[in-house]
Design a protein around this ligand. Structure first.
Ligand SMILES: [Zn+2]
Length: 238
């Protein structure tokens, strides 16, 4: 009896392992490749998640325009549906738009089919701006075997990051934290957020972005979108 229970327990553990850990192992590998690509091409990719934010995104767009920089925006379908003109504005300014699901559900805490539906619904809502095989970033960076397979079947690339800005940390770090990390690595893909939160977080995000762009100027990094990076066409907007 004990032996059978142990075998059953072991199989359950192995199943859970592949369900959660196999996609995470693939993620680790892709992150290393991404970091190496940024270093090889001396590139900085700014990525903004969870938006658009009615108040914050226009401020960010002004800043990026002023600094002549393009970024990749991982939008949530529900916020894009609420603000289609703002999404048009992001796209119109030459930025890349990508999918971050419809409702921002954590695949590790949601039923498998609901998570898959959240992905498909996100692509549906963003269809005006994002191709059906456009970049995807899972909420909280969490994938299961099923959501990973869904993305694979779409042939959509997974848009990981190599550096966190800390704009979602409980206690905000210094605003030059991300810039220092990119200097340390010699390039990187930075995770920031442009949905509306407190004024303090909004200011932190805008200042972090400025400091990252200052560092890019100082060190001669090229600033580009994820597609430009992986297409090895990373260059500052003309
Ligand atoms: Zn997110």
């Amino acid at each position: 009896m004990i032996g059978t229970a142990l075998i059953a327990g072991g199989s359950a553990l192995a199943a859970a392992g592949s369900w959660y850990l196999a996609p995470m192992a693939a993620r680790k590998l892709q992150e290393v490749q991404l970091r190496n690509l940024c270093i090889a091409t001396k590139s900085l990719v700014l990525t903004y998640d969870d938006g658009p934010g009615e108040k914050l995104t226009p401020q960010l767009l002004d800043l990026l325009k002023l600094r002549n920089a393009r970024a990749t925006f991982f939008l949530t379908g529900f916020r894009a549906t609420d603000n289609p003109e703002l999404v048009d504005e992001i796209a119109g300014q030459g930025h890349e738009i990508a999918c971050h699901t419809q409702q921002h559900l954590n695949a590790w805490r949601t039923s498998p089919w609901r998570s898959v539906h959240d992905i498909d619904e996100g692509y549906q809502s963003l269809a005006r701006w994002v191709p059906q095989d456009g970049w995807f970033r899972p909420p909280f960076g969490k994938l299961t075997l099923l959501t990973w397979a869904r993305i694979k079947s779409r042939k959509a690339p997974l848009g990981w990051w190599t550096i966190r800005s800390g704009d979602d940390a409980e206690v905000l770090p210094e605003t030059d934290t991300a810039a220092i990390k990119v200097k340390r690595d010699g390039g990187g893909v930075v995770l920031l957020h442009d949905f509306d939160r407190s004024d303090q977080r909004a200011e932190f995000m805008l200042e972090s972005t400025s400091k990252l762009l200052d560092a890019a100027d100082e060190h001669g990094w090229t600033v580009c979108t994820l597609s430009e990076l992986t297409g090895e066409n990373c260059k500052r907007a003309a």
